[in-house]
Design a binder for this molecule. Sequence first.
Ligand SMILES: O=C1O[C@H](COP(=O)(O)O)[C@@H](O)[C@H](O)[C@H]1O
Length: 252
Amino acid sequence: SKRDLLIFDAEENLAVALAKYTADISAKFAAERGAVTVVLSGGSLIYALRKLTEAPYLETVDWSKWHVFWVDERVVPKDHEDSNYKLALDGFLSKVPIPAGQVYAINDALSAEGAAEDYETILKQLVKNGVLAMSKTTGFPRFDLQLLGMGPDGHIASLFPGHPLVKENKKWVTHILDSPKPPPQRITFTFPVINSSAYVAMVVTGAGKAGAVQKAISDKKTSDLLPVEMAILDDGEFTWFTDKEAVSMLQN
Ligand SMILES: O=C1O[C@H](COP(=O)(O)O)[C@@H](O)[C@H](O)[C@H]1O
């Protein structure tokens, strides 16, 4: 597993580089597999994807090959202000021509537990269809690219510091009823799924996240690992996309 730390002078430059990175990975998997499985988080990540909706990528990316998933979702109606689906639809998905049937939103009519089970069933069907790859070593699905953000507390997806869900090692998708960040009811991919990915971009900007970035990037590991420190890919490339503010607490 390879890890890279990219630091940009300005968020604008980060967004430009993130678009090229995503387009290159998209071209690789479209050619190799005929499908590109892309996982989105909610939060600030969606704004950072804005350059993909402009020239040249709007025309050059083969959007027809994209299959879009969420690493986590709040259990609210799809048109609710807290919905990660709505955030991505408004800021990204409505601006690129991905076939609607290849955008896998949660079933918002179900309970959190039901929605997590339903989402895992959809993933298993896509493995059977050959759209979604499986990791030969972990036995979990292997997404081509996960585009993720991190909260100031070091949480990723809806996997929060000190929460028992960070230890889930059987389910692909699980649910949480007591998220410390509202809204409380969510579904989330588990660590084995995140860590089976081929590529992960961890997109983190702003001074408010500098403490978690410092802890995550430090060589000195303590037993109280932040969720972002538990994102260790089995066989993939993990790239931090950061700005100066986010790395302002690093020593070198
Ligand atoms: O609640 C959530 O927060 C994280 C981090 O969001 P950010 O705005 O601080 O980048 C996000 O990655 C996750 O998908 C979302 O549900």
